[in-house]
Design a protein around this ligand. Structure first.
Ligand SMILES: Nc1ncnc2c1ncn2[C@@H]1O[C@H](COP(=O)(O)OP(=O)(O)OP(=O)(O)O)[C@@H](O)[C@H]1O
Ligand SMILES: [Mg+2]
Length: 284
């Protein structure tokens, strides 16, 4: 079980997140929605400790995450992988190395400085890329990949951390609908097969409805809805998004894309040069 207890974060005098309390059982897939500035990113960043709470506490099982320091904090950040809208890969490094960077918190500083990855780590990285259907890009510079491919590399890197939780901050906001579906299918598959908790900020309601078993709605730093997609009725949508500038009710299609959840993992639309085996690519 993962919990936030009365968590507040202020910037200057203004509370970005206000007294938020929430319990998330291991293995849930949770979507966080809300208007721009509602506090979604700040909440996620506090969980990963990229931002510290001003008040309140964060717990994972018996561990008080909000008071971790040093090596224990780094271990938590390894256990709780983060995926960003802009992928955050190292564009000049090849895909395989980017994925293996997910192992950094598992290894000694000396090995990291020498940039030496073990055979096992290379095999693991290739397996992660295969799982996401992009193993043929292993030796390309990450910066040359499409946005959808880059986000899949970022997910492969997150898998290398062998995390207990994946936090994704608008992972599909920069992607076209097809790539958005591939990325959301991948996150759901990881959630279902590995039982890894996934908590993702989303700016479209229908994606949250299609992919998440639980939806948390935020408004002005507070949780104003917490329930199953079927409970997200017009009144709840109003509480989260408010009314338009002219006082009219928000039209749900405004927060919508054409993405629909579907079965299966990732289609093989990027397996270009299939003659090269993935293990050969990894130099194994
Ligand atoms: N580092 C910071 N310094 C000052 N203010 C900040 C900082 N980070 C966030 N804020 C403020 O906190 C509030 C919540 O921001 P946050 O980024 O969490 O919102 P969000 O729900 O993720 O919005 P969006 O949908 O636009 O990504 C906003 O008013 C924002 O300006
Ligand atoms: Mg945000």
């Amino acid at each position: 079980m993962f919990s936030l207890k009365n968590v507040t974060r202020r910037f200057g005098g203004k509370a970005a997140v206000s007294s938020v309390s929430v319990d998330i059982p291991q293995g849930q897939m949770v979507g966080v929605i809300g208007r721009s500035g509602a506090g979604k990113s700040t909440m996620l960043r506090m969980i990963n400790r990229l931002v510290d709470p001003s008040e309140g506490s964060i717990h994972f099982g018996d561990v008080e995450v909000s008071s971790l320091r040093g090596a224990a904090l780094r271990n938590w950040q390894r256990d709780c992988a983060m995926i960003f809208q802009q992928f955050n890969l190292v564009p000049r490094l090849d895909v395989l190395t980017n994925v293996m960077l997910g192992r950094l918190n598992h290894r000694s500083t000396a090995l990291s400085i020498l940039n030496m990855f073990t055979r096992e780590e290379r095999i693991m990285a290739i397996a992660a890329l295969e799982r996401l259907g992009i193993e043929q890009t292993a030796l390309q510079k990450a910066g040359t990949l499409s946005g959808g491919q880059q986000q899949r590399v970022a997910i492969a890197r997150a898998l290398m951390q062998q995390p207990k939780m994946i936090l994704a901050d608008e992972p599909i906001a920069s992607l076209d609908p097809l790539n958005a579906k591939v990325v959301m299918d991948a996150l759901r598959d990881i959630n279902e097969r590995e039982g890894i908790t996934v908590m993702t900020n989303l700016h479209t309601l229908d994606t949250a409805r299609n992919y998440c078993e639980r939806i948390i709605g935020m408004s002005a730093g507070r949780i104003v809805f917490d329930g199953a997609p079927r409970d997200l009725d017009a009144a709840a949508v109003r509480a989260i998004y408010g009314t338009g500038a002219d006082g009219a009710e928000i039209d749900e299609t405004v927060t919508s894309t054409s993405i629909k959840g579907g079965a299966g993992l990732v289609q093989d639309n990027v397996k270009e040069s299939a003659s090269v085996t993935p293990l050969a690519l990894a130099g194994i």
